[in-house]
Design a protein around this ligand. Structure first.
Ligand code: SF4
Length: 146
């Protein structure tokens, strides 16, 4: 039986391209690495796009009362708004199921590293530049393959 679609909140499809082995806890890092590696190995893997906590959040110490508390209580609403904006940029809808390969093609076509300043708000990882570099590298790889 095929695996059920992997739930990912929309902005996390961007985060996965900037992951360099750092994160909010050892368990979170381990899970993020496992998910990233699994998706890289299997671009056909189906993703369920969400604007709500996902498989990565489940391992995050900042998940509480069903939402993200990274920026304090009520932060979940801000993160959901970020997810909705990423969905809009990718031309996708909440609840859509797409392959990881299809999602990355959309990212490469619609998002540039310089867009993250506007998309990622107050994310503590933004200033490192890793995510912007990852997104731009993805676009460059796609351009080479075209
Ligand atoms: S800056 Fe933050 S929210 Fe934006 S892609 Fe990176 S980790 Fe994700």
């Amino acid at each position: 039986m095929p695996d059920a679609p992997l739930p990912l909140r929309a902005h996390n499809v961007l985060c996965l391209h900037g992951f360099r082995g750092e994160g909010y806890s050892e368990a979170f890092i381990e899970h993020m690495r496992e998910v990233r590696d699994r998706l890289e190995d299997d671009p056909a893997r189906e993703i369920l796009l969400r604007a709500a906590p996902d498989t990565l959040c489940e391992a995050c110490p900042h998940l509480a009362d069903g939402g993200c508390t990274l920026g304090g209580r009520g932060h979940e609403a801000q993160v959901r708004a970020q997810d909705v904006e990423v969905l809009r940029r990718l031309g996708c809808e909440e609840g859509e199921i797409r392959s990881w390969g299809a999602v990355t093609r959309r990212i490469a076509a619609a998002v540039r590293g310089s867009d993250l300043q506007g998309l990622c708000g107050t994310c503590p990882w933004l200033s490192l530049g890793w995510c912007a570099e990852g997104i731009d590298a993805l676009a460059a790889r796609r351009a080479e393959q075209a």
